[in-house]
Design a protein around this ligand. Sequence first.
Ligand code: MTE
Length: 323
Amino acid sequence: MSRYRYPRPPASEITPEGVYRRRRELMGLGLASPLLALAGCAGAEDAPTAAAPAPAPTDTPDGFRTRETLTTERDATTYNNFYEFGTGKADPAQNAHTLRPSPWMVVVGGEAEVTGVFPLEDFLRPHAVQERIYRLRCVEGWSMVLPWEGVPLGEVLARFRPTSKAKYVAFTTLAERDQMPGLRWPVLDWPYREGLRMDEAMHPLSLLATGLFGKPLPNQNGAPLRLVVPWKYGFKSIKSIVRIEFTERMPPTSWNQSQPSEYGFYSNVNPAVDHPRWSQASERRIAGDGNRVFANRIPTLPFNGYAEHVAPLYTGMDLRKWF
Ligand code: MTE
């Protein structure tokens, strides 16, 4: 099988991984300096005898960037779930060279004043691309920290002026057998479908990603357009989107249809609600050293650590029932 290569953008457009890491180290220093200043104010008697533990890495106040150690670009692009290219973690990197991410059309339909078929460039044009460094946790129990680029989903959706009937938004992945060899196997009822409640879609953390590590999205990561919803299990972050539909009713979603007792519509990361076949209390953080199987095991946080931003969306809901 031929090795996958994605077209390299001009060198001027690339932010090397090292620059990301240095930028993040500097942000870490920025965080540490007020603490150092405080320590300097204390009298000598108060000086700690042992080195104080390093402060836990935090996110920016808006949650848009975590300062945790980045996953390597290699892991992010060779350890994937994209069943349209096979169910093995290495399959998408090996097989996704057949995906043609350009030209790309996005169909917008349903309960909105503006609907139609839009070339990707028109679909995205008015919106400034932003960098977001998010944790993404897979329902299988591993997580990554990745520098995405994209546009806030809510800003894009608002342009289509959803009507008052629009309570949900449904997303569909491309399903072309000549481009996606995995479609030959009925692992899921193709095309891959996902959905969000309207207020979740409009939340500023929801991102329509177009890039990763300062480059256009590699095919295996969902080129040219995918969702990244960082407080939900990774399967909600649907790849290679061709259709967006505003709906009045909760739309069918692939994993929920396939195994409703295992995958709910909401799928908020929740360490207190185990998957029926395994615990969700902790996760393998694939970050930094490229170690996957024996990656550092850390506790999983409610809403994947984004609770202060998104928990209010679910006030009054029993999240054990609406898992
Ligand atoms: N989107 C489509 N179309 N097909 C898929 O199989 N897998 C999901 C999600 N989006 C999937 C998909 C799952 S299970 C995860 S964990 C994430 O993509 C993985 O994204 P990554 O490979 O970029 O890390």
